[in-house]
Design a protein. Structure first.
Length: 290
C-alpha cells in the first residue's frame, strides 16, 4: 500500500512533515533514481534517497514510536551540529537504527532540565504545534527582591515585544537570602518566554530548570546529561495529546535480556555523566544500537 512520501520520511525520524515537504520541493529527495515531487507516493520496496544517501523505508506496522526523557545540562545547545564546536543535546543520545531522534521543542543554552526526544517526527511536529498548548513547568531562581505587584502582573498578563504573555501559575518555592525559587507554568513555547517575562519586571533570573512537560516530570534520579526511555503508557499519553493512534509495542521489557540491556545502558550513562563532570569535555555519542 502506497503512502505519501513526506509521511514516510517523517515517520522515519528525518523531520516533521513540513520539513520533509520543503526538502522534496528543494529537490533533495529521489524515488527510484528520479527527483521526487510534492504529492508523490511510495511503496515499501521503493528506493528513496536524501541528498544522494539511501534511506531505509518501513511501514507504520514496522516502526516503534520511542520517546526519551533527557536531563539537559546548561551549556548544551539544541542543534545537531554547532560551528563553534559547543556540545549539543544530541551528543549523548543512543544510536537508533534507520531513524534519528527529533527534539520536542528547545531549551536555550543557559536553561537546563527536561527535554523530550522521539523517533517519530510526526509526533514531535504535532506536540510542538501552538494549537496543542501543552503545559510546561519550570523551577526559577531569582536574585534580589521580587515585589508582590510584579508577581501579580506576571499572573494577570503583560505585553512583550511579540504579544501578550503571562504565567498560568506562579508559586514561591523557598530559597535563602537574596536567592528565591519559584515554580511557574505556561502553555506556550515562545523563544525565551519565561526569562523575558521575569526580565519585563526587572527581575534577574539566575537559574532556570524545566521540571515538567504535560504530565511527564523530570525524573528526580536522572543525572544531568542522562536519559531514560519512557514506558509505553507515557508514550501513548503524548500520542493522545498529539491526536495520534496509540502505540502497541515498546523497546522496554521485563525479560532477563531486557534487564541486562538496561543495566549496560545505565552504566554507559553514568560514565558519560561522570566524564563530563570531571573534565568538562564534549561527550562521545554512545555506540550502543538500541
Amino acid at each position: 500500500m502506497s503512502e505519501k512520501l513526506q509521511k514516510v520520511l517523517a515517520r522515519a525520524g528525518h523531520g516533521s512533515r513540513r520539513e520533509m515537504e520543503a526538502w522534496i520541493a528543494a529537490g533533495r529527495v529521489s524515488i527510484d533514481g528520479e527527483i521526487a515531487g510534492l504529492g508523490d507516493r511510495v511503496e515499501a520496496d521503493a528506493k528513496v534517497r536524501i541528498d544522494g544517501r539511501a534511506i531505509s523505508l518501513k511501514s507504520a506496522d514496522e516502526v516503534i514510536c520511542r520517546v526519551l526523557a533527557y536531563h539537559k545540562p546548561e551549556g548544551e545547545i539544541c542543534s545537531r551540529k554547532d560551528p563553534e564546536g559547543r556540545p549539543t543535546v544530541f551528543d549523548r543520545l543512543p544510536k537508533v537504527r534507520d531513524s534519528r531522534w527529533v527534539a520536542v521543542g528547545r531549551l536555550d543554552i543557559n536553561t537546563s532540565g527536561l527535554l523530550l526526544f522521539t523517533s517519530d517526527g510526526e509526533l514531535a511536529n504535532r506536540l510542538m504545534h501552538p494549537s496543542n498548548e501543552v503545559e510546561r513547568e519550570y523551577a526559577v531562581r531569582t536574585f534580589g527582591e521580587v515585589p508582590e505587584a510584579a508577581v501579580q502582573r506576571l499572573r494577570t498578563g503583560i505585553t512583550l515585544e511579540d504579544g501578550p504573555a503571562q504565567f498560568d501559575s506562579i508559586k514561591p518555592a523557598g530559597g535563602e537570602g537574596m536567592n528565591q525559587w519559584w515554580h511557574v507554568s505556561l502553555r506556550e513555547g515562545r523563544n525565551r518566554e519565561v526569562r523575558r517575562l521575569w526580565e519585563s519586571q526587572e527581575v534577574q533570573v539566575s537559574r532556570l530548570i524545566r521540571i515538567r512537560y504535560g504530565m511527564i516530570d523530570l525524573p528526580k534520579s536522572l543525572p544531568r546529561g542522562g536519559w531514560v526511555e519512557l514506558p509505553i503508557e507515557q508514550v501513548n499519553y503524548l500520542r493522545q495529546l498529539a491526536g495520534l493512534e496509540p502505540e502497541t509495542r515498546s523497546m522496554l521489557g521485563t525479560d532477563k535480556h531486557s534487564v541486562a540491556r538496561a543495566q549496560v545502558r545505565s552504566a554507559k550513562i553514568r560514565r558519560a555523566v561522570r566524564k563530563h563532570k570531571v573534565t568538562g569535555a564534549k561527550p562521545k555519542p554512545s555506540r550502543q544500537r538500541s
